[in-house]
Each structure stands twice: as C-alpha cells, then as structure tokens.
Design a protein around this ligand. Structure first.
Ligand code: KIV
Length: 314
C-alpha cells in the first residue's frame, strides 16, 4: 500500500476509486427502489466519522446513515434529543469525505423539522449544501414535511415504529405497533409517506409480521432495525455491530466483532510498552544524519549523550 502524507501529518490514502469486491456504481435513492424490484437486499449501517465510514463503504455497504444515534454512541448523551444540526453537519461532512459508493443519508435531529415546514426545509438544505448529503431522514408521519422536501428535490427517508426522538411520548424505547389499532395506523402512515414521495422507510422496533406486510404493500423499500428479516434491507448502529456501546445489546442486535476487546487490549499493550520503555525502539526513532554529527564534532559542540549510547539514557 502506498502511504501518502495528508495535511496534519497523518499517514493515509485517499478514498479508493477502485473496489474489487463491489461495483463502484454510486448508490442513489432510485437505485434502492430498483434493488427492491430485483429482490436484492439493501445493506445499511450508521456512520459518524471518516475512517469507519471509509471502511464501511469499501466493504460494500449500500447506505450509510449519519444517524442522530451519534448523540448516544459517539457523544455520550442519554438519548438522541440533544444533538444539534451543527453537530450533525460536522459528522456528516466527515462521512461524505470518506464515501465513494454508498448513499449518504443525514438524519435530521430533534427540533430541526418539528415546527414550521419552511424551517425544516431550510435545515434539510443545509445537510445537502454544507455536508453533501444525498437524502435526509425524518422520524414520524410528517407528511407535509416529506412533501415539501421532495418538491425541493431533497430525497427523504421516512422512519416509523420506535422513533427514538419520541422517547418521552413513548415512555421509553418500546416495540411499537403491537395492537390492532396501532398496526392499522402504522400501515396508513407508511402508505402516506410513500405517497408524499419518501424514497424508503426505516421500520424500527416493530413486530416482524407488521414489517412484512408494509414491505409487501409498498413499492419503495423498507429498511428494518428490530423489524425482522422480511424488510427489503437491514440497518444496524455501527457501535452495536462492533460491541462499542458499553451496554447490553438489544434483542435485534447481532455483534459481528468485538472492537472494545481489540481496542482495550491494544491500548493496554501500548501503555505497558511505554511503562517498560519497550516503545519506541531504535528502529522506530529518527537519527541524526552522519554529516550533522561530524559537523557538531568539528565545532567541538558538547555532547551530553555519547553517540550510539542511547541505551544508557535514564
Ligand atoms: O440514528 C440512527 O442510528 C437511526 C437508526 C437506528 C435507523 O435512526
């Protein structure tokens, strides 16, 4: 691998333009509907920063959502309500810089689309203009908002079921659509979102049977999280997938790796090496060029550490 020096002095390579495992054809919102039509499952994951978004994109994930879950899993808040538009934009820009193929969707945070439609529209435009988002996601059946965004050429992903921004109204994070009345309501909401122009709908925390029916009834894709295997796609929170949440996983989470164990062990090893002076080694050190050494000797400069005697340093 060629290492190029990026501003800031980090060793890095720019995002790859070739991807051997997956076609580099850009994923778009219409492409998601085409995937549904062809029966191809949509893989989606949340994303919050450059390196992990780049890895997810290079791994062939179709949709990367800059989720407001970042309030909890990245910023350490108790729920998603506190995160601001500016904070979301900051992370969305980093994700955008990393991604070549996946569809980049930005979550509109709580309060950014709950008042006047014009204000929600202005906030959504910021995600497109300032962060390069290709779609925005909004929670709930805010049909007027979805219609206005769609008319303004901003693709919208809906989000129904357990909508974390409604945590106080729901009285906690609970599976939704568990009564006949609630099932009829969520199905009507899903249809209304699709009719208003939504490009896809995230279904979170709903019974498998309900998600399956909505999936069959809509032409646009459903993307499930805690909604069973019958949705057109699946999304997980990055930190859930990799055991980085510091809390017991929800029933629907499958951990595909233990990044906490990997990171903890690497950091402990590093600390031990520093404490035992095992890091850095001579090979990991820069050395004074021979000419500079000679020049110092010639001018009789005082040497406090004899050459080649660095191991004697305290
Ligand atoms: O913010 C988020 O991570 C989400 C997903 C759970 C869909 O909305």
């Amino acid at each position: 691998m060629t290492l190029a020096s990026f501003p800031g002095g980090c060793s890095s390579t720019p995002p790859s333009t070739s991807n051997t495992a997956h076609s580099i054809t850009k994923v778009t919102v219409p492409a998601l509907t085409e995937m549904k039509r062809q029966g191809k499952p949509i893989s989606a994951l949340t994303a919050y920063d450059y390196p992990t978004s780049r890895l997810a994109d290079e791994a062939g994930i179709d949709l990367l959502l800059v989720g407001d879950s970042l309030a909890m899993v990245v910023l350490g808040h108790e729920n998603t309500l506190a995160v601001t538009v500016d904070e979301m934009l900051h992370h969305a820009r980093a994700v955008r810089r990393a991604v070549r193929r996946a569809l980049v969707v930005a979550d509109m945070p709580f309060g950014s689309y709950h008042g006047e439609v014009a204000q929600g529209l202005a906030n959504a435009i910021r995600f497109v203009k300032e962060a390069g988002a290709e779609a925005v996601k909004i929670e709930g059946a805010r049909i007027d908002m979805v219609r206005a965004l769609t008319e303004a050429e901003i693709p919208v992903i809906g989000h129904l079921g357990l909508t974390p921004q409604s945590v106080h109204r729901m009285g906690g994070y609970r599976v939704q659509a568990r009564t006949a009345e609630a099932v009829l309501q969520i199905k009507a909401d899903a249809r209304a979102l699709a009719d208003a122009g939504a490009g896809a709908i995230v279904l979170e925390g709903v019974p498998r049977e309900v998600a399956a029916e909505i999936t069959v009834e809509l032409a646009i894709p459903t993307i499930g999280i805690g909604a069973g295997p019958d949705c057109d796609g699946q999304i997980l929170v990055f930190h859930d997938l990799l055991n980085l949440t510091f809390s017991p996983p929800a029933k629907f989470v499958r951990q595909y790796g233990d990044a906490a164990a990997l990171i903890r062990s690497a950091i402990e090893h590093y600390r031990e090496d520093v404490e035992h002076r095992a890091f850095p080694s001579d090979e990991e050190s820069y050395h004074l060029p021979e000419e500079a050494r000679k020049a110092l000797d010639e001018i009789g400069a005082k040497r406090t550490v004899p050459a080649h005697d660095f191991n004697s340093l305290p």
